[in-house]
Design a protein around this ligand. Structure first.
Ligand code: ZN
Ligand code: ZN
Length: 459
């Protein structure tokens, strides 16, 4: 059975979701949808319109394949196209929603969605051959672990299969890696089973809205990402955090429309609202948006939000070696999803393209490490650094101690291996340690040590 849906898009339909209902008859085992639009491409210059479809059944969401040319999904009892969820095809009213992420002048676009309901069963496809997973088990127990919190496969707009994505993570030597496809978790079961005991998978999603992106970690099931019908981003974030997820504002100062429509953080009710994690290092450091993102993080710290900085490679495909990506080094009680997320929640972590840093504080009666809170008063900061796994000579680097977004002191890393700094701290001070090279580019950043009193449930 074929059902045809027609629609028209003008410029003012940008940043809307356009729902269309269709009926699935009893006995349907496979759904096939074909979305087409004309004119197919332009757009402006080489930037096309960005349109994807999302499918919802009577019992919930069945997926989407964001920012992918293939908008012809098959959803069946036993198998579904990348981005979509297989499972029973319930008879009744379904919805296909057109997500109008970007529409460019002149903006007059006609679209058609054909829906085919069949009773044939589409069987599992032969999975792509997986990487040779190392026989060695991943490291466990208390310690520092390295990994990435942000990346994509072909379940959204990446090139990698889940197997290739894992291969890349293992090549980089990660202890853990998050898979965060746009608005779908359809690859999580496959990647978790492929990973076995070789590497810890953080099951995640990148909420890819029209006004900003957020990386959410520790959620296995489809997550509402649409900010509409009275559903604010702030409410979504609180709900996810209450369910135990870690919520990270992604690349807050990314370029916006039309280069990367929706990528820049623009939720006026979430500056930062309930968010406590910010991705200050997205892709290579030299990207134009990271320094402003770090400034935004420092601004929020100065406003009194005790926040945690993180890094995400936002991997979509192989990256050239000259792209200097950051990793997260996290102190965790074990190398499991729950413990890595707890370490990140505490801010017991730093971001780095290789160098190691140590950053601790001592007061009269207590000690603290990065991410911790100490009482106001006499404070001795202990700072240490080494080249770590980078090819960068430490003489190329400078250690910078920051207090409340102002430079307090600097050391040449070639001349000193560590240092100590004693200061009388006031309420609401915060300190962080940066390693930068001669061009001023960041190589490592500690999470802050905060000064103040315990408030609320956050630290
Ligand atoms: Zn993003
Ligand atoms: Zn991303």
């Amino acid at each position: 059975m074929k059902q045809e849906i027609y629609g028209h898009l003008s410029l003012d339909t940008m940043a809307t979701h356009i729902p269309h209902k269709f009926i699935v008859p009893e006995g349907t085992n496979t759904l096939r949808l074909e979305f087409t639009h004309t004119p197919e491409h332009p757009g402006v210059g080489n930037i096309p319109h960005q349109l994807s479809i999302s499918v919802y059944g009577p019992n919930g969401a069945r997926g989407t394949r964001h920012n992918n040319d293939d908008q012809q999904p098959i959803i069946s009892k036993n198998w579904a196209s990348p981005g979509y969820l297989s499972g029973p095809i319930e008879p009744g009213e379904w919805t296909v929603e057109l997500d109008v992420h970007r529409i460019l002048p002149p903006g007059s676009v006609d679209y058609q969605i054909n829906v085919f309901c069949g009773n044939e069963v589409t069987d599992s496809r032969t999975p792509m051959p997986g990487p040779m997973m190392p026989n060695s088990l991943r490291r466990r127990g208390p310690g520092w672990y390295t990994g990435d919190l942000h990346g994509h496969t072909y379940h959204s707009d990446g090139d990698f299969s889940p197997a290739e994505f894992l291969e890349e993570a293992l090549k980089r030597g990660y202890d853990f890696v998050a898979l965060t496809d746009h608005n779908t978790q359809s690859a999580i079961p496959e990647i978790t089973s492929l990973a076995g005991e070789a590497i810890t998978i953080l099951s995640g999603v990148e909420l890819t809205t029209f006004n900003g992106h957020a990386v959410v970690l520790g959620v296995n099931e489809w997550t509402e990402w649409r900010v509409k019908d009275g559903n604010s981003m702030s409410a979504l974030a609180s709900d996810l955090q209450n369910r135990g997820a870690l919520y990270i504002i992604a690349h807050p100062k990314s370029e916006g429309h039309p280069i990367c429509t929706g990528c820049r953080w623009a939720f006026s009710d979430m500056m930062p609202g309930p968010a406590r994690h910010v991705e200050v290092w997205n892709r290579g450091w030299a990207g134009s948006h990271n320094e402003p993102g770090l400034r935004q993080f420092y601004k929020w710290l100065n406003e009194g939000f005790r926040m945690v900085a993180s890094s995400g490679t936002d991997t979509h495909r192989s990256m050239p070696p000259e792209v200097r990506i950051g990793a997260n080094r996290v102190y965790a009680y074990d190398n499991t999803q729950d413990e890595i997320l707890d370490g990140l929640r505490r801010g017991h972590s730093f971001v780095t393209s290789g160098p190691e840093i140590q950053f601790t504080a001592e007061t009269e009666d207590s000690g603290a490490c990065m991410g911790d809170l100490v009482k106001p008063g006499q404070l001795t900061l202990h700072l240490g650094w080494s080249s770590g796994s980078t090819g960068v000579d430490s003489s190329e680097l400078e250690a910078v101690l920051i207090k409340n977004n102002k430079t307090l002191s600097r050391w040449s890393c070639g001349e000193h291996e560590d240092s100590e700094f004693t200061i009388f701290s006031e309420e609401a001070d915060w300190f962080s340690l940066e390693l930068r090279d001669r061009r001023g580019e960041l190589h490592a950043l500690s999470n802050p040590i905060f000064v103040g009193q315990q408030v609320g449930t956050w630290r």
